[in-house]
Design a protein around this ligand. Structure first.
Ligand code: 5CA
Length: 164
Protein backbone atom coordinates (compact mmCIF):
# COMPACT_ATOMS: atom_id res chain seq x y z
CA UNK A 1 0.00 0.00 0.00
CA UNK A 2 1.35 3.41 -0.91
CA UNK A 3 1.54 6.21 1.63
CA UNK A 4 -1.14 8.78 1.16
CA UNK A 5 -1.18 12.55 1.45
CA UNK A 6 -4.52 13.42 2.88
CA UNK A 7 -6.21 16.57 3.98
CA UNK A 8 -9.85 15.66 3.75
CA UNK A 9 -12.67 13.39 4.75
CA UNK A 10 -10.81 10.10 4.38
CA UNK A 11 -8.41 10.85 7.24
CA UNK A 12 -8.92 8.97 10.50
CA UNK A 13 -10.96 11.16 12.90
CA UNK A 14 -7.97 11.71 15.22
CA UNK A 15 -5.84 12.95 12.34
CA UNK A 16 -8.66 15.16 11.12
CA UNK A 17 -8.78 16.84 14.55
CA UNK A 18 -5.06 17.59 14.24
CA UNK A 19 -5.45 19.06 10.75
CA UNK A 20 -8.36 21.24 11.93
CA UNK A 21 -6.46 22.49 14.98
CA UNK A 22 -3.38 23.26 12.90
CA UNK A 23 -5.43 25.16 10.35
CA UNK A 24 -7.14 27.11 13.12
CA UNK A 25 -3.71 27.96 14.54
CA UNK A 26 -2.54 29.31 11.19
CA UNK A 27 -0.47 26.27 10.24
CA UNK A 28 -1.97 24.46 7.26
CA UNK A 29 -0.53 20.93 7.18
CA UNK A 30 -0.69 17.94 4.85
CA UNK A 31 -1.06 14.81 6.92
CA UNK A 32 0.56 11.66 5.60
CA UNK A 33 -0.86 8.34 6.64
CA UNK A 34 2.05 5.95 6.32
CA UNK A 35 1.97 2.28 5.39
CA UNK A 36 4.55 1.53 8.10
CA UNK A 37 4.44 2.38 11.79
CA UNK A 38 5.47 5.85 12.98
CA UNK A 39 4.82 4.94 16.63
CA UNK A 40 8.37 5.66 17.81
CA UNK A 41 10.81 8.37 16.75
CA UNK A 42 13.03 5.75 15.08
CA UNK A 43 10.12 4.28 13.15
CA UNK A 44 8.88 7.72 12.16
CA UNK A 45 12.33 8.70 10.88
CA UNK A 46 12.53 5.54 8.80
CA UNK A 47 9.04 6.11 7.39
CA UNK A 48 9.69 9.79 6.64
CA UNK A 49 13.21 9.28 5.33
CA UNK A 50 14.61 11.89 7.67
CA UNK A 51 17.12 12.01 10.50
CA UNK A 52 15.72 10.90 13.87
CA UNK A 53 16.72 14.32 15.23
CA UNK A 54 14.06 15.87 12.95
CA UNK A 55 11.29 13.86 14.60
CA UNK A 56 9.24 15.78 17.14
CA UNK A 57 8.45 13.61 20.15
CA UNK A 58 5.37 14.93 21.96
CA UNK A 59 5.95 13.85 25.55
CA UNK A 60 3.49 14.49 28.34
CA UNK A 61 4.69 15.19 31.85
CA UNK A 62 2.78 16.08 34.99
CA UNK A 63 3.63 18.60 37.67
CA UNK A 64 4.44 16.80 40.91
CA UNK A 65 2.87 19.57 42.99
CA UNK A 66 0.13 20.99 40.77
CA UNK A 67 -0.88 17.89 38.80
CA UNK A 68 -0.85 20.13 35.73
CA UNK A 69 0.05 18.53 32.40
CA UNK A 70 3.03 19.83 30.43
CA UNK A 71 3.74 18.82 26.84
CA UNK A 72 7.40 18.73 25.85
CA UNK A 73 8.21 18.72 22.13
CA UNK A 74 11.58 17.02 22.01
CA UNK A 75 13.94 16.16 19.17
CA UNK A 76 14.03 12.43 18.53
CA UNK A 77 17.78 12.60 19.14
CA UNK A 78 17.38 13.95 22.67
CA UNK A 79 16.25 12.68 26.03
CA UNK A 80 14.52 14.89 28.55
CA UNK A 81 16.72 15.85 31.48
CA UNK A 82 13.92 15.92 34.04
CA UNK A 83 15.83 18.04 36.55
CA UNK A 84 16.60 20.63 33.90
CA UNK A 85 13.03 20.59 32.59
CA UNK A 86 11.72 20.97 36.13
CA UNK A 87 13.93 24.02 36.65
CA UNK A 88 12.60 25.58 33.43
CA UNK A 89 8.97 24.79 34.21
CA UNK A 90 9.16 25.63 37.89
CA UNK A 91 8.11 22.38 39.55
CA UNK A 92 9.21 18.76 39.74
CA UNK A 93 7.82 16.49 37.04
CA UNK A 94 6.41 12.99 36.94
CA UNK A 95 5.66 10.76 33.94
CA UNK A 96 1.94 10.07 33.66
CA UNK A 97 0.53 6.71 32.63
CA UNK A 98 -1.01 5.94 29.25
CA UNK A 99 -4.52 6.60 30.51
CA UNK A 100 -3.65 10.13 31.68
CA UNK A 101 -1.99 10.78 28.32
CA UNK A 102 -5.11 9.74 26.45
CA UNK A 103 -7.51 11.62 28.71
CA UNK A 104 -5.46 14.81 28.73
CA UNK A 105 -4.41 14.98 25.11
CA UNK A 106 -7.25 13.05 23.46
CA UNK A 107 -4.77 10.75 21.69
CA UNK A 108 -3.09 7.42 22.35
CA UNK A 109 0.66 7.15 22.95
CA UNK A 110 2.50 6.90 19.66
CA UNK A 111 0.11 9.32 17.99
CA UNK A 112 0.12 12.28 20.39
CA UNK A 113 0.42 15.41 18.25
CA UNK A 114 1.99 18.76 19.20
CA UNK A 115 -1.36 20.54 18.93
CA UNK A 116 -5.09 19.79 18.74
CA UNK A 117 -5.45 18.49 22.28
CA UNK A 118 -8.58 17.77 24.29
CA UNK A 119 -7.73 20.72 26.54
CA UNK A 120 -5.15 23.50 26.22
CA UNK A 121 -1.71 22.43 27.45
CA UNK A 122 1.41 24.33 28.44
CA UNK A 123 3.89 23.46 25.67
CA UNK A 124 7.68 23.62 25.63
CA UNK A 125 9.86 23.01 22.57
CA UNK A 126 13.39 21.66 22.40
CA UNK A 127 15.59 24.36 20.85
CA UNK A 128 17.44 21.68 18.89
CA UNK A 129 14.40 21.36 16.61
CA UNK A 130 14.90 24.96 15.47
CA UNK A 131 18.11 23.99 13.68
CA UNK A 132 16.25 22.16 10.92
CA UNK A 133 14.37 23.44 7.89
CA UNK A 134 11.70 20.78 8.38
CA UNK A 135 10.63 18.61 11.28
CA UNK A 136 8.07 15.79 11.41
CA UNK A 137 5.49 15.29 14.16
CA UNK A 138 2.76 12.80 14.97
CA UNK A 139 -0.67 13.62 13.60
CA UNK A 140 -3.00 11.78 15.96
CA UNK A 141 -2.37 8.11 15.18
CA UNK A 142 0.69 5.81 15.14
CA UNK A 143 0.65 5.90 11.32
CA UNK A 144 0.03 9.61 10.76
CA UNK A 145 2.64 12.36 10.54
CA UNK A 146 3.01 15.88 9.21
CA UNK A 147 5.94 18.05 8.25
CA UNK A 148 6.37 21.64 9.37
CA UNK A 149 8.95 24.38 9.59
CA UNK A 150 9.95 24.32 13.26
CA UNK A 151 9.41 28.05 13.80
CA UNK A 152 5.92 27.77 12.33
CA UNK A 153 5.23 24.86 14.67
CA UNK A 154 6.58 26.91 17.57
CA UNK A 155 4.20 29.74 16.73
CA UNK A 156 1.18 27.49 16.15
CA UNK A 157 1.65 25.62 19.43
CA UNK A 158 2.41 28.71 21.47
CA UNK A 159 5.37 26.81 22.87
CA UNK A 160 8.17 28.26 24.92
CA UNK A 161 11.62 27.08 23.94
CA UNK A 162 13.85 25.09 26.25
CA UNK A 163 17.30 23.53 26.10
CA UNK A 164 17.20 19.79 26.69
N1 5CA B 1 4.75 9.02 16.52
C1 5CA B 1 6.02 9.09 17.21
C2 5CA B 1 6.98 10.05 16.58
S1 5CA B 1 6.29 11.59 16.14
C3 5CA B 1 5.77 9.40 18.66
O1 5CA B 1 4.66 9.69 19.06
N2 5CA B 1 6.86 9.37 19.44
S2 5CA B 1 6.80 9.85 20.96
O2 5CA B 1 8.15 9.68 21.45
O3 5CA B 1 6.26 11.14 21.06
O4 5CA B 1 5.82 8.92 21.70
C4 5CA B 1 6.21 7.74 22.28
C5 5CA B 1 6.57 8.06 23.71
O5 5CA B 1 5.52 7.71 24.58
C6 5CA B 1 7.77 7.29 24.22
O6 5CA B 1 8.96 7.96 23.97
C7 5CA B 1 7.52 7.22 25.70
O7 5CA B 1 8.16 8.29 26.36
C8 5CA B 1 6.05 7.40 25.84
N3 5CA B 1 5.43 6.18 26.35
C9 5CA B 1 5.49 4.96 25.80
N4 5CA B 1 4.81 4.08 26.54
C10 5CA B 1 4.30 4.75 27.61
C11 5CA B 1 3.49 4.40 28.74
N5 5CA B 1 3.03 3.17 28.93
N6 5CA B 1 3.14 5.37 29.60
C12 5CA B 1 3.55 6.62 29.41
N7 5CA B 1 4.33 7.01 28.37
C13 5CA B 1 4.70 6.09 27.49
Amino acid sequence: MADTDETGDDLPPAARRVAEAARAAGLPIAIRVMAQSTRTAQEAAAACGCDVAQIVKSLLFRGADSGRPYLLLVSGANRVDEARAAATIGEALTRPDARFVRETTGYAIGGVPPLGHAAPLAVYMDEALLGFDTVWAAAGTPLAVFAAAPRALLAATGARTMTM
